[in-house]
Design a protein around this ligand. Structure first.
Ligand SMILES: Cc1cc2nc3c(=O)[nH]c(=O)nc-3n(C[C@H](O)[C@H](O)[C@H](O)COP(=O)(O)OP(=O)(O)OC[C@H]3O[C@@H](n4cnc5c(N)ncnc54)[C@H](O)[C@@H]3O)c2cc1C
Length: 501
């Protein structure tokens, strides 16, 4: 595709997982009325990933922009609310064995200064509580199993994400996209053909058809049929940065109480997630196969979630961490697992999918297919991927576990620490101005400044200095009372979910 290319009139999306349908609905909404034809191809034999996923608050913005109410989609996708992530067992520092990474709410503006003040006091050696938990309403909502939907007389907005079944989410989005006129074809793509310039001309199917289009979107998952196999776009591996390459998923029953949080618990060779859906917990273990066999990992997971005696089958998955060198290559855009993957520690895959599709839509709408546009776009998406990677790497650098070779290797692995991350660590450990450093690097574009404070303070990453006076510690009792009274404005999480259907 070159600078003179006309905007596409016929778009083929290969893959009907959550990435395929999320893109189809977004593009259907804005392009079908301009005469663009959009078709999603889905294999009858290759399934989708759907392990019980969590989102960031961006998913709410996606639905809001499309005018889709929570009451319409959440029950269909067995979705629950998510106010943040509890990290258990990552740090061995006394008092920091568990911390909560919150999604911010408006009232946190009142307690945030105390959090920051106590971080600085702790950096100077004072024995104050510098974990994020007490300072953020979403942590309180999670502890009390309350839905982040305030009553009318509480005029402060809350920010939250969701947990959902990604396979059901794909089906819901499919239904909405079909209603807009997005076409759907069940067929198995075998390969793509290319024209004289090297662009993709058509995809061939096992059923014997050759389907042409002027633009192709690769949502075929890890198989990366178009961006990888057809266009041979190089892959930038993150294997040096992040050691995990495997996952096991297994559901368990969910009880009456549903805390609106993901739990991420450190294990011997990685970490385990627990995600509440309305009908089950999604559990899983993300680990490195270089340190433990799949069988041993499964036994460790089963022991943790109480399924050693159960015959519930475990689903084993391989993960290829990294990203393509060009998300937009010629007349093809890769969206979802086909463009790359980070381990799901911060549940950001669908967020990256959403951003990839949404930012490209701006170029489609402008009709700008120049080389410069392509380069600028790809750089922007690389920044998102690499920035998110660094945030995940930071968990492995700030944890203090040394109980297995896996954790010791992680701690000693300096290859994967980017210059950006080195500057962040240095600023923090010297008690410098972290906000200024994150702004200098323009990191808040893709990762909230608050998240960096939550991570670094939550892990107890503080210098060993002589004890100093406590500072804001005296403020904590009134603040606890403030949080308690704020929480009175929220209802039981399960009750709210059941009221939606
Ligand atoms: C262990 C694990 C945990 C995760 N946790 C989270 C999380 O907490 N939060 C989050 O946001 N994300 C998470 N993800 C990622 C998330 O599951 C995916 O990003 C999301 O489901 C989108 O996947 P996808 O649509 O790109 O691919 P898939 O779900 O794999 O879908 C691929 C589609 O391509 C089709 N296809 C494949 N080959 C062909 C062919 N030859 N012809 C035609 N069609 C074909 C398939 O039929 C399918 O429809 C996790 C992933 C893993 C592996």
């Amino acid at each position: 595709m070159n600078a003179n290319s006309a905007p596409p009139k016929k778009i083929l999306i290969v893959g009907g997982g959550s990435a395929g349908w999320m893109t189809a609905l977004m593009y259907g909404e804005s392009l079908i009325k301009t005469g663009v034809e959009i078709t999603v191809l889905e294999s009858p034999t290759v399934g989708v990933i759907g392990v019980g996923e969590g989102s960031t608050p961006a998913l709410k913005r996606y639905f809001d922009a499309l005018g889709i109410a929570e009451s319409e989609w959440m029950a269909e996708c067995n979705a629950t609310y998510k106010t943040g992530i509890a990290f258990d067992g990552w740090s061995t520092k006394p008092g920091y064995e568990s911390y909560f990474h919150p999604f911010a709410t408006m009232v946190d503006n009142l307690t945030l200064p105390t959090f920051i003040e106590n971080i600085h006091a702790r950096q100077r050696g004072a024995h104050v509580d510098a974990r994020p938990n007490r300072y953020f309403l979403s942590s309180r909502l999670s502890d009390d199993a309350l839905a982040p939907k305030a009553s009318e007389n509480f005029p402060f907005f809350t920010t939250y994400g969701y947990h959902f079944d990604a396979a059901l989410l794909g089906q819901f989005l499919h239904k909405k996209a079909a209603a807009l006129g997005v076409k759907h074809k069940v067929c198995h793509v075998t390969h793509a053909t290319r024209d004289a310039q090297g662009d993709i001309a058509a995809v061939a199917t096992e059923e014997g058809e050759l389907l042409a289009a002027d633009f192709f979107i690769d949502c075929s998952g890890f198989s990366a049929l178009l961006i990888g196999k057809a266009l041979e776009t190089p892959f930038v591996s993150y294997a040096d940065n992040l050691l995990n390459d495997s996952a096991i998923a297994m559901p368990t029953e969910i009880g009456a109480r549903i805390e609106p949080k993901t739990v991420s618990a450190a294990m011997k060779f990685g970490w385990a997630w627990q995600i509440p859906l309305t009908n089950r917990y999604g559990n899983g273990y993300v680990y490195s196969s270089a340190f433990v066999s799949a069988d041993q990992a499964e036994t460790e997971l089963r022991a943790k979630i109480g399924t050693l005696e159960s015959d519930t089958p475990a689903r084993h998955l391989k993960m290829k961490l990294g990203r393509v060198a060009k998300h937009w290559n010629r007349n093809c855009l890769a969206v979802g697992l086909s463009q790359g993957f980070l381990e799901p520690l911060e549940a950001t895959a669908l967020y990256l999918t959403q951003m990839t599709a949404a930012i490209f839509l701006l170029f489609l709408e402008k009709g700008d297919f120049s080389e410069a546009a392509q380069q600028a776009y790809n750089q922007q998406i690389h920044d998102y991927f690499d920035g998110h990677r660094d945030y995940i790497v930071a968990h492995y650098k700030t944890n203090t576990r040394t109980d297995t070779e896996y954790w010791r290797t992680n701690a000693g692995n300096l290859n994967g620490v980017s210059d950006s991350l080195k500057h962040i660590f240095q600023t923090w450990i010297e008690g410098g101005d972290l906000v200024a450093e994150l702004r200098r690097q323009d990191i808040e574009r893709y990762y909230p400044i608050l998240s960096w404070h939550a991570l670094l303070a939550g892990m107890g990453t503080f210098p060993d200095v002589a004890p100093a006076p406590a500072g804001a510690a005296d403020m904590l009792a009134p603040m606890d009372d403030f949080m308690r009274r704020c929480a009175l404005n929220f209802r039981d999480h399960r009750t709210v979910l059941e009221s939606m259907g």
